[in-house]
Design a binder for this molecule. Sequence first.
Ligand code: ADP
Ligand code: G6P
Length: 462
Amino acid sequence: MKRLVVVSNRVADPGCSQAAGGLAVCILDALRKRGGVWFGWNGEIVPDDADIDVSRVKFDELTLATMPLTERDYRDYYLGFANAALWPVHHYRLDLARFTQEATDGYRRVNDRFAEKLAPMLKSNDLVWVHDYHFIPLGAALRERGVSNRIGFFLHIPFPPPDVLCAMPEHEWLMSALVEYDLVGFQTKTDQANFLRFMCDFMQGEMLTPDLVRVGGKTVTASVFPVGIDVDSFAAMAESPSAAKRIERLHRAGEPRINVIGVDRLDYTKGLPDRLRSFKRLLEIYPQNCKAVTLMQIAPPTREDVQAYADIRHELEALSGEINGQFGDFDWTPVRYLHRRVDRDTLAALYRGSQVGLVTPLRDGMNLVAKEYVVAQDAENPGVLVLSRFAGAAEELQEALIVNPYDADEVANAMQRAIVMPLAERRQRHAALLARVRKHDSFNWMDGYLRALSACRMPLAA
Ligand code: ADP
Ligand code: G6P
């Protein structure tokens, strides 16, 4: 078996039981089993003049090779270009996108530095797999340094329609960098179609097969590989005796009967204010839920140095305060909002103890929380998933109650339907959803991708 070298900005710590971010969760699940090298940022920020070295730590078959970012890199590359330009554009939020020359330069600089450090570590047979929007030009930077290995790229976030992408000043450069990869993977057919449309309409690409496009003498395969989770180990967490104790505490006498749960990084793409407004509508339209239903929203901090993230936090805090002030009573708090990370086994228990899983992003690459919620349920008495049509997961998880997250009344009605849904229907929907989540688990995702990468055609002559 060829050695696998995975590259991503965020690298999970295998010794830590908390994770906030779908990329780290699915890569860790799959890579722990297969083994390989995981290269990326160690999460540290060092002064601009510090020496940058790669350090290595081994966890069984998995080696983490990581390095810090300088203060300037963190500001320009991570906050500036990756999270204030690419992230909003890819999530269709041009109103929040900020473009500056410093940020673009920082992005190029960090991609070059990562390529510089990685190239000498590679063996000729390694499969190289680059992840997400932080490293779009990394493949091209490796090619410039003479790396001729198979190199694949996977985009964890949405690929927007060409007209949206074009608002990004650097879009031509970024898109021509993608053509340097042998295989570009997407979460959904919509993302793949948007990419191919861009290649054909804006870069004079020519389709050779339904997923192979030739652009300027280069060929690239673009396919769909929906990410998943490690189903068995997450189910085991949800079924453990400690989970049962936690669920009992959640439902102890005097507490509301029905728990609705939301778990998301506090990101503006997750539609959290819209979700709270929908919950408010639930209490207004169906007042029988007052004192009976609680929304538990767990939203850990993320990217707080970007202004849009600070803004969304204030908005959410104001809204939850408003709802609790208007509807709450001495013995009932309608919205329980926790602004922190929690252990994965606690999360699993909370999902299992919640009758409704509310996953309503305004736009999302996949959304693993939706899959975790399904896996954590008790098949005999499962809860109901209410899922945004704008989450990548909605392409697969059709047996959820699919909603438009912008329409507060529609989401409120779906919540009510979930609360009163008969057991037989809940079981039926859950069984179908679980089968789909199992089909695309983290191992199949990695396996399928690597098989496709190994099978990619060698570049055609121009
Ligand atoms: P994203 O990648 O945009 O954050 P996903 O839903 O795909 O969205 O993945 C989020 C991951 O982070 C999930 O595995 C989820 O369990 C985890 N997560 C989210 N919030 C928390 C939290 N408060 N504590 C621990 N893990 C969290
Ligand atoms: C999303 C992105 C990942 C990122 C994660 C957490 O899942 O697709 O690339 O790692 O969010 O964000 P952070 O900025 O903390 O890495």
